[in-house]
Design a protein around this ligand. Structure first.
Ligand SMILES: N[C@@H](CCC(=O)N[C@@H](CS)C(=O)NCC(=O)O)C(=O)O
Length: 316
């Protein structure tokens, strides 16, 4: 792991949480939108590109929206290799064994994803994350925050595609926001806080609320198919990528081990039902998910042993 500082890649070892000085600056993020009345970023077919990893739950959201909103012919995609090593995300052709579903960088043929950030801004200081929503016309990043990318995809291209499905409908926005906040804090990010904790206290303070939230969702799903209202909404779409990774990775690798999703009857039913949707099934790659986590976090799994777990593809 590492990050870009003043446009140069610095490996993770030099960026400890105790470090001050040169590395003590806020990462640059891109937070723009695409809309008909935007001065620069207007909706156009073929203009925008997504950089994703199939392993990453945040990128998974963007991929799900791209399918749900019929954007596959309008927004192209490059998929990084699942191993995130010393130089961060990279592209598959540079590995001896290509992994199914990964691609080269279709726009620049880069070796590493940090080169794409350098193209957006040569002296950039930032962590190099996926997803990225890239504008081919102005050669920069429109947005690299998944919660905002999915709001863009939800609405910006409606006239182009004729797909007006709304996963953040006005009448449910308050409820969706409430679930999003609880789920982000304790689950989407909670699994990482559990897995990356360096003290018992930090671990405990992540895991206890994590399972409280899972218990609360399990109770909420009694006689309900969706988190909010009677249709799929953003709240479900932000939860599902975390659930799909839970038993395979978070339960073992991140020590979220009080229960599996399989031990929750309603959450299991809920996850399996959504997994049947093309937009979710087509964007879920269990092999890359396993490979990424068990291979990339040397601190947690130094020998990079990938547990033999029955394939979830068959179970779902
Ligand atoms: N808040 C960002 C987080 C994205 C993120 O952390 N992605 C991870 C992959 S799961 C990443 O690229 N990490 C690389 C790094 O932090 O250096 C979002 O939701 O888009």
């Amino acid at each position: 792991m590492g990050k870009l500082v003043d446009g140069k890649w610095l490996e993770g070892s030099v960026i400890s949480s105790d470090d001050k000085g040169a590395f003590d600056r806020k990462p640059r993020t891109f937070r723009d939108v695409i809309s008909n009345d935007h001065a620069v970023y207007t909706p156009e077919s073929g203009r925008y590109h997504l950089y994703v990893s199939y392993a990453c739950p945040w990128a998974h959201r963007a991929l799900i929206y791209r399918e749900l909103k019929n954007l596959t012919d309008h927004i192209s995609v490059s998929v990084v290799h699942p191993d995130m090593l010393e130089k961060g995300w990279s592209f598959a052709r540079h590995f001896e064994t290509a992994i199914e579903g990964t691609t080269k960088d279709h726009l620049f043929d880069s070796t590493h994803l940090y080169e794409v950030y350098q193209k957006a801004q040569p002296d950039i200081s930032t962590s190099v994350t996926v997803p990225i929503l890239w504008d081919k016309k102005t050669n920069t990043i429109v947005n690299n925050e998944s919660s905002e990318i999915i709001r863009i995809l939800n609405i910006a291209f409606n006239e182009l595609t004729g797909n007006h499905d709304d996963y953040y409908p006005e009448e449910h926005q308050a409820d969706i926001d409430t679930w999003n906040e609880a789920i982000y804090e304790s689950l989407n990010n909670g699994v990482y806080r559990s897995g990356f904790a360096k003290t018992q206290a930090a671990y405990n303070s992540a895991v206890v609320p994590l399972f409280e939230t899972l218990d609360a969702i399990e109770a909420h799903l009694e006689n309900r198919e969706f988190l909010v209202g009677n249709t799929l909404t953003e709240a479900d779409i932000r939860l599902i990528p975390t659930l799909l990774r839970f038993d395979l990775v978070y339960y073992i690798h991140f020590k979220c081990s009080q229960k599996r999703i399989a031990d929750y009857p309603r959450l299991s039913r809920y996850t399996k039902k959504f997994y049947k949707l093309d937009a979710i099934k087509n964007t879920t790659n269990f092999e890359q998910i396993k490979r990424h986590y068990y291979f990339s976090h040397e601190d947690i799994n130094p020998h990079r042993i990938i547990p033999l777990i029955p394939s979830l593809n068959e179970e779902y």
